[in-house]
Design a protein around this ligand. Sequence first.
Ligand SMILES: C[S@@+](CC[C@H](N)C(=O)[O-])C[C@H]1O[C@@H](n2cnc3c(N)ncnc32)[C@H](O)[C@@H]1O
Length: 268
Amino acid sequence: MKNDHWNLSRARRWKLFDPPARPSHGELDIYRAILSESRISYGARCALLGSTPEIRRLACQNNLELHCVDKDPEVYDQLRELVGEEDRSRFICCDWLEVEHSNRYEIVFADGSMNMLPHSQHKQFLEAVWQLLSPGGRVLMRVHIATEPEFESIEDVFAWARKFISRESIFTSTRTHIDMTYIRGGMLTVDFRDLHARVRELAESHKITKEEYDAYDRLAEFNKISLYYTTKEELRTMVEGMFELKGYRIGGDYTGDKNHPVVVLDKV
Ligand SMILES: C[S@@+](CC[C@H](N)C(=O)[O-])C[C@H]1O[C@@H](n2cnc3c(N)ncnc32)[C@H](O)[C@@H]1O
């Protein structure tokens, strides 16, 4: 199944999406800190798999020569509005699994990109990233990682979050726990069309509040994608022989952030 619903209409509403869909401030700080630890040269050639505006802005601030690899030029153009005029990134219109730019980049960024692809393509994705990197190159990628669910049902997650007054949006405080509950014992895939339908059913049977329903329903029209979670064990096995896994870094600023770490991989 292809994730063709990551499209122009979703890009136009990108500001409506809160973490973990978008990288949080804490996660952007992690990207920033790793970049400064990595002692990247001025104007270093880097690639971004996708068009994530937050990473494009980061690249400008760090004087990186950024090449965005994305199959959808409309999404790339639309998201430029969120980067601002300083966006000097270049666009490569290509599927990540077909890109032919061997040994060219010091850093490859990917923000949730691998999880856009079905599990059967995750290893292939990592091989493509390996190909892109110059010797000694580094990957900074936010990965959506599955863990054991802490709640029995989606309804229970809403009830738990309702008990404390949070500075977070309803979406941010519930999304990760809902995802873990949804994929319980299954294929690690969240089909958001189905998830939104389940939230709607809860609202219709008055098991969640109107405000909780609205927090999800306002996104439903633009959230027709699937997200393919992985696990730390799977990732460790997939990168073996290609990368040294340097660590998982957590944003530290929202509920569920431990499931969306920035992973650092060095090419071997
Ligand atoms: C990086 S991903 C995910 C961004 C965000 N963190 C999220 O979770 O929704 C979104 C981008 O990936 C692009 N994309 C998805 N699959 C792709 C593929 N196989 N090849 C190239 N671009 C792809 C889409 O066009 C879109 O611009």
